[in-house]
Design a protein around this ligand. Structure first.
Ligand SMILES: [Fe+2]
Ligand SMILES: [Fe+2]
Length: 136
């Protein structure tokens, strides 16, 4: 499993609100293995559902805010970026449905959320940094 990276100044996209939200996701990802891979007590299951819901709800708000900002600055790869956000939401929805059916795959879910956020923030989000610093 890929280990989540701690926040680093190089991850900054040049926008304080988006940076703050990205930090929050990396923290969630750091906590995901402890939350999802421990024993199967009721408390553990409850915290896994809280984490899943936060990963879905908070992401939805973050994506819409980020997309609005990118639209404002005329980011040329906006459509592809939105499609990437949509794919995350679809894949997380699949995991949520599996969890509701009691068929959660904690290892696959941990791998997905940690690798997706680290990869997305450091590559796809990093690609719009120059547009936020020097709007065109
Ligand atoms: Fe993004
Ligand atoms: Fe983002």
């Amino acid at each position: 499993m890929q280990t989540p990276k701690a926040w680093h100044a190089n991850y900054s996209v040049g926008h304080p609100l988006l940076d703050q939200q990205h930090r929050h996701f990396l923290t969630l990802c750091e906590n995901a293995p402890a939350c999802l891979l421990a024993d199967h007590s009721q408390a553990q299951e409850d915290s896994a559902h809280v984490l899943l819901n936060e990963l879905a709800e908070y992401a939805r708000n973050h994506f819409r805010e980020e997309e609005a900002i990118l639209r404002d600055v005329g980011f040329p790869q906006l459509d592809a970026h939105v499609a990437e956000h949509n794919r995350y939401e679809e894949r997380l929805a699949d995991h949520l449905l599996a969890a509701i059916r009691g068929e959660i795959d904690p290892r696959a879910l941990c791998h997905f959320v940690t690798s997706w956020w680290v990869e997305h923030i450091t590559t796809s989000d990093a690609a719009y940094r120059d547009y936020l610093i020097q709007p065109r």
